[in-house]
Design a protein around this ligand. Structure first.
Ligand code: PRP
Length: 207
C-alpha cells in the first residue's frame, strides 16, 4: 500500500489533473471535500500544502506533491523525484516604491521582512547580501508595509495581482517555484517497485 499526499487549495486542481493524465486517479474523480481517496493499492490524501512535506518526511505518506516553497520552508528531509513544472510562481522580495532604495543600501540597520516563509528567509536572504529581521505572519503579508510592520515582504507571486492591488512591486527575484513529486527516502528503497511505475507515468505526462 502506498499513500500519496496532495495539496488542497489552489494547487489541488493541477495536482488532480496530473494524476488523472498519469492514470493514477480515475477520470471523473472529483476530490471535492473528500480528504481520503482509497484506490486499491494506492491511497490519495488531501492535506494543507505546508503539511505535505512533513507527512512524507515522517512516513505517513510515501509520496507527495508539493511546491518548492513549502518543501524548503518545511526543512523536511524528502527526496525530490521530479519537477512537474506545474503551478509556476516565483519567490520574491516585494515592497512599495520607496523601499527599493533601502533594500541594498541600509548599512546601519536591518531591513524588516514580513513573510510566511521564516526559515527560508533566514536561509536565503543573507546569501543575497541582505541584512534582515524576519517578521512572521501567517498570511495577508502584503498589508505589512502599509501598516509599518515591515519595509518589504518575501512571498510567492503568481499573477502579481495581490501585489498590484496593495501598491507593491517586485524588488528582487529569489527563486522559481514549481510543484515537485517528493518521496520518503526510506520508502524509495523499500517500495521502489511500486513507486517507479508511478514516477515514470508522471514524468511522461508532465514532460
Ligand atoms: C499566495 C501568496 C500571495 C498570493 C500571490 O497566497 O502568499 O498572497 O498567493 O498570488 P498572485 O500573484 O496570483 O496574486 P495564497 O492565495 O496561496 O493564500 P495564503 O496567504 O492563504 O497562503
Amino acid at each position: 500500500m502506498l499513500t500519496m499526499a496532495i495539496p488542497t487549495g489552489r494547487s489541488m486542481e493541477d495536482a488532480a489533473e496530473l494524476l488523472t493524465k498519469a492514470d493514477i486517479l480515475p477520470p471523473g474523480t472529483d476530490p471535492g471535500r473528500r480528504l481520503d481517496i482509497p484506490l486499491g493499492e494506492l491511497r490519495i490524501i488531501l492535506v494543507k500544502p505546508q503539511d505535505v512535506p512533513p507527512l512524507v518526511h515522517m512516513g505517513f505518506a510515501q509520496l507527495g506533491l508539493a511546491g518548492q516553497d513549502v518543501i524548503l520552508e518545511s526543512g523536511a528531509r524528502v527526496a525530490v523525484l521530479h519537477d512537474t513544472g506545474l503551478c509556476p510562481c516565483r519567490m520574491v522580495i516585494a515592497g512599495p516604491p520607496k523601499a527599493r532604495e533601502g533594500l541594498m543600501n541600509s548599512p546601519n540597520r536591518k531591513l524588516r521582512v514580513a513573510t510566511k516563509y521564516v526559515r527560508t528567509a533566514d536561509q536565503v536572504l543573507p546569501q543575497r547580501g541582505l541584512r534582515t529581521v524576519t517578521v512572521p505572519l501567517h498570511g495577508s503579508v502584503e498589508i505589512a508595509p502599509a501598516l509599518g510592520i515591515a519595509e518589504v515582504i518575501m512571498d510567492i507571486v503568481q499573477t502579481g495581482n495581490t501585489l498590484k492591488a496593495n501598491g507593491l512591486s517586485v524588488l528582487m527575484e529569489l527563486f522559481p517555484v514549481t510543484m515537485r513529486l517528493i518521496a520518503n527516502p526510506g520508502a524509495l528503497n523499500l517500495q521502489w517497485d511500486r513507486i517507479r511505475p508511478m514516477l515514470e507515468r508522471i514524468r511522461e505526462v508532465s514532460g
